[in-house]
Design a protein around this ligand. Structure first.
Ligand SMILES: [Zn+2]
Length: 145
């Protein structure tokens, strides 16, 4: 990250998930064709400060300060629709959960679905996120809404 210590501290609190490169950073690695260099999946354990002219921050699992140009934010993988669906179901948000279920490729087993050609007997099923329906089936070309 090409930021000053002040800019870093405004944006990222202690505990921010980061990837740290204590040796060389990916930009320099690419420049010299290095593929095997140390990287740490970790989180910050200090605010950033200036060590001489260099903005550095400390991370868990490493003793000294690491230059901010050797730090990348570790982006959380986005929830899949299935995970969203399950989380919302557990939170009691059945209608929202059902929408995510549909978007992830499952549709509730409804009269409409059957009328559209859904094969309840042979299609895979799972229990529905929506209490108004007993279960869901994978959407097919014909029945996807
Ligand atoms: Zn069914």
């Amino acid at each position: 990250m090409n930021l000053t210590a002040e800019q870093w501290n405004e944006r990222y609190p202690i505990g921010t998930p980061v990837t740290a490169y204590p040796g060389i950073n990916p930009a320099y690695a690419a420049e010299i064709g290095a593929t095997d260099y140390p990287r740490l999946e970790t989180r910050t354990r200090s605010v950033a400060w200036n060590l001489g002219p260099e903005p550095v921050v400390m991370v868990e699992g490493y003793a000294g300060g690491i230059h901010l140009e050797h730090i990348d934010l570790r982006v959380q993988a986005e929830e899949t629709y299935d995970q969203k669906c399950e989380r919302l179901r557990l939170a009691g948000a059945a209608e929202l959960s059902r929408r995510y279920a549909e978007r992830s490729g499952w549709v509730v087993c409804s009269p409409e679905w059957l009328a559209a050609g859904g094969d309840c007997r042979n299609a895979p099923r799972r229990s529905s996120a929506d209490p108004r329906y007993s279960h869901e089936h994978p959407a097919t070309e014909e029945t996807a809404r």
